[in-house]
Design a protein around this ligand. Sequence first.
Ligand SMILES: [Zn+2]
Length: 122
Amino acid sequence: MAFIRRDALEFMLGVSREAHPREFIGLLRGDENTVREVMVIPASLYGEGFSHFNWMHVGMDKSIIGSVHSHPSTNNRPSKTDVRNFSKTGDIHLIIKYPYETAADVACYDSRGNRQDIIALE
Ligand SMILES: [Zn+2]
């Protein structure tokens, strides 16, 4: 089970809506199992998928506990490539599906691609 601050959740939903129909990609900052902040990956990389993101830089930063990206469809299940990338950093990985409106559009997975619950903190 993971937790996320309500403002971080609202922020990533908003960025996903703005990026649509492109994918938004970000990294999650926090401690242990609580997401406190979203780091947006520069807009030039949107729509290219995870493969164009340099994960070498991520491993060094201990405050990064996972990732988030949007799917411009109503499917928030991870692709094979998604799961491969999940294993590269942290244990909380979020996929947000269209229309990016509420927590119900957000699915949470662990580093092996298994679904886990995520709870928004007030
Ligand atoms: Zn994906």
